[in-house]
Design a protein around this ligand. Sequence first.
Ligand code: ZN
Length: 113
Amino acid sequence: MHELSLIESMLSLVEEERQRQDFSRVLKIRLDVGALGHAEPDALLFCFDAAARGTIADGATLTIVMIPGEGNCPDCHRIVLLDHRFGDCPLCGGIQVRMTAGDELRLAELEVE
Ligand SMILES: [Zn+2]
């Protein structure tokens, strides 16, 4: 499952963070997930429960925030919302919109003690 490898790389980031900050427990994790990426929030949550078991993040609350797709249209020079990865510009119909957001998976917040 694709989401499992995403969660595993997130957990290794958390582990790296622990080596720098030396905390004993992770309380909350916030992940920003691009709406145009291929990660399902439900699947991420499910994988997290399984993959975090026995790690420093065991028992932490995972919050997933969806980041809407966004692109830069070279025809009308505006930032537009994108429904899908290769969407046309909703304002001028331009087909050269370059995606600028919506594909990320970012560890946005980490609350520890
Ligand atoms: Zn446009």
